[in-house]
Design a protein around this ligand. Structure first.
Ligand code: PDD
Length: 287
């Protein structure tokens, strides 16, 4: 059955949806996006996603076509029309159609597109088996804190991982892991009695993950020490555990980095605890 999607003010069947071939999102990747997960038919952490959306828009001097309240109404209507209980809603704003010219047009007419996708989030088999990641050079541009639709380097990295029999790729720059192709990267180290969770500090080098922030909060409340700093590929391979976070994976354990098993090569207790905590809190929010 075809989905109903939203394009510039209209709810239409996906086959009827149209965007100009002159849209700057299509020609220049001149657009930003957000992915919000859905559990029990409710949006998870959507306010934080909208705050980040505005940050991305501001950094690119791009206007928002609708208010946050209107965007949320569209998101909720799409969930209803498509009967989404679990999955995600995707939102994209581009600078719209204009004559092809590198300079930003003076009076842009931004395009807004939203669609839903069903996905099993809670019962992920990968939560039980863990993920294998490969390490690959970070070929992305220098403003990864802006969530743009220019995603070719992550697509190349993920495809390379799959070709090599792995699940995903983590990017390495100057010997240090930045983040995953579409997730934030974490390692766990036992230091005496302490459990230390390490993740790259915020900056232009990584996306400021919404799930990352929530999970760091849970980690602190569970008594773990959280360090935001660069960590090397070598440090990651020698860690006791590793895991990744994103809106569509929540928390998933990483059990192998290139050919090296992480810890005992099985999903570890810290990743498991944080995943359970995240899902419990998210479910509580859905009422
Ligand atoms: N990706 N880093 C990158 C490069 C990402 O693309 C994402 C999310 C994250 C995690 O951010 P958050 O926790 O806010 O989802 C980190 C989304 C899910 C995607 O592109 O589908």
């Amino acid at each position: 059955m075809s989905r109903t999607v939203y394009v510039n003010g209209e709810f239409v069947a996906e086959e009827q949806a149209k965007i100009s071939i002159f849209d700057r999102g299509f020609l220049f990747a001149d657009g930003v996006y957000e992915v919000t997960s859905v559990l029990n038919g409710k949006l998870i952490d959507n306010d934080a996603h909208l705050v980040r959306l505005h940050r991305s828009l501001d950094e690119l001097d791009m206007p928002a076509p609708l208010s946050d309240q209107e965007i949320t109404q569209v998101q909720q209507k799409l969930l209803e029309l498509n009967q989404i209980d679990e999955g995600m809603v995707y939102l994209q704003i581009t600078r719209g159609a204009a004559d092809r010219d590198f300079g930003f047009p003076e009076n842009p007419q931004p395009s807004l597109v939203l669609f839903t996708q069903k996905k099993t989030l809670r019962e992920s088999p990968k939560a039980e088996t863990g993920l294998k990641v490969i390490l690959t050079p970070d070929l992305r541009w220098a403003r990864r804190d802006i969530k743009t639709v220019g995603l070719l380097a992550p697509c190349m990295a993920k495809s390379q991982a799959v070709r090599q029999g792995a699940d995903d790729a983590w990017f390495v720059e100057d010997g240090y892991i930045t983040e995953g192709s579409s997730n934030n990267a974490f390692i766990v180290k036992k230091e005496g009695d302490e459990t230390v969770i390490v993740t790259r500090q915020l900056g232009c080098e990584i996306l400021h993950g919404i799930t990352r922030r929530s999970v760091m909060g849970f980690a602190k409340s569970a008594g773990f020490k959280v360090e935001e700093r660069p960590f090397s590929a070598e440090e990651a391979k020698q860690a006791d555990e590793a895991f990744l976070t994103s809106a569509t994976t929540f928390v998933l354990p990483v059990v192998q980095i290139d050919d090296t098993p992480v810890g005992d090569g099985k999903p570890g207790p810290v990743a498991r605890q944080l995943r359970e905590f995240y899902i419990k809190e998210a479910m509580a929010l859905t009422g």
